[in-house]
Design a protein around this ligand. Structure first.
Ligand SMILES: [Zn+2]
Length: 331
């Protein structure tokens, strides 16, 4: 049955990269971490929904790309942010293929460089910036691949789950916060490694909370403590991305808290891209970064559709907070 080299009563012993065993006097709990995206999809039982979405996107993207000159569109001077959550074993080659495709007509820049360009109002080329949310352990692999291509990304993490080894807590966090099967998280040594590989670390609240539905009294902890933890472990961490990412997951109180905590930028997960207007500078207090979520195994046609559509719809208005957030920038 169980090999008692995994003794250590009440503790943890790693078995392999995808499995840890939590041993107590009463019970054995074996937590299988997902190691392929295929297994995640199987666990989520999303195949029927995914198939419908896939077919719909196939048709929409084919029509859009037929009616529009996507090659010209993606040459628009703009900053396109793309973000992922994970890179399982079966996503490593797709990441490399995606980088090679995007490199043909984009210049990759770091998150902070992208922000500096927006602040200066000088977006003079088609730029692309990569980030990743939630801090899964497999982000280390993304960091290595990106590094091999000379790309600096930003990894948004939740300090409360960093280094967590309790399988029950990992499982609950993934289920309740991420709607995802259990996946191992980075620890602080891994986070340091990300920085050594030339990447940036950003805040994503302590516990991956929906800011709009969190009572204001908890925000100083969820946002302020997140900033302090990142300062302590990473030195500097100016960027913040709010969990779940739609505008309705955020609010004006959250915005105030983010800047008061010390973060310099706020990012959503609303699709879109950023352009500049006659070298007009953008105040980062009014900037709401838009990022497009992608899954690395999506067909290229779908990703091309999203970024070409963003380029077509590019607008100065997309640089700013929506009106709910109390911006006096009435655009
Ligand atoms: Zn997230």
């Amino acid at each position: 049955m169980y090999d008692f080299k995994f003794r250590s009563v009440g503790g943890f012993q790693r078995n392999c990269t995808t499995e840890i065993i939590h041993v107590t006097k009463q019970k054995f709990i074996i937590l299988k971490f997902a190691d392929t995206y295929k297994s995640v999809q199987k666990a989520q039982r999303t195949s029927a929904r995914s198939a419908i979405r896939h077919t719909a996107l196939n048709n929409i993207s084919r029509l859009f790309l037929k009616l529009n000159e996507s090659r010209k569109l993606v040459e628009t001077k703009r900053i396109q942010f793309l973000y992922i959550h994970h890179i399982f074993q079966d996503e490593e080659v797709p990441l490399q293929q995606l980088i090679e495709k995007l490199s043909k007509n984009h210049h990759f820049i770091s998150y902070s460089d992208a922000v500096r360009k927006m602040e200066a109002g000088v977006i003079d080329k088609p730029y692309l910036c990569i980030s990743s949310d939630d801090g899964f352990k497999n982000n280390l692999r993304a960091a290595e691949i990106l590094r091999a291509y000379g790309i600096s990304a930003c990894f948004f993490i939740c300090p409360a789950i960093i280094g967590e080894e309790d399988p029950d807590k990992i499982s609950e966090f993934c289920r309740t916060r991420l709607n995802f099967p259990a996946v191992e998280f980075l620890n602080w040594v891994d986070v340091e490694q990300l920085q050594k590989l030339g990447h940036e670390i950003g805040g994503h609240t302590m516990n991956h909370v929906n800011i709009a539905s969190t009572i204001p009294e908890h925000l100083p902890f969820e946002i302020g403590e997140c900033y302090r933890q990142l300062q302590h472990h990473c030195g500097t961490s100016p960027h913040f991305a709010f969990p779940y990412g739609r505008f309705f997951h955020f609010n004006d109180i959250g915005k105030q808290e983010v800047f008061q905590a010390g973060f310099h930028t706020i990012s959503s997960a609303e699709r879109g891209c950023h352009i500049s207007d006659s070298n007009q500078r953008i105040n980062t207090r009014e900037l709401m970064i838009r990022r497009d979520h992608i899954v690395l195994t999506w067909p290229w046609q779908h990703i091309e559709y999203f970024i070409a559509k963003n380029a077509k719809n590019a607008s100065i208005n997309s640089n700013y907070f929506p009106s709910y957030a109390g911006s006096d920038h009435n655009r």
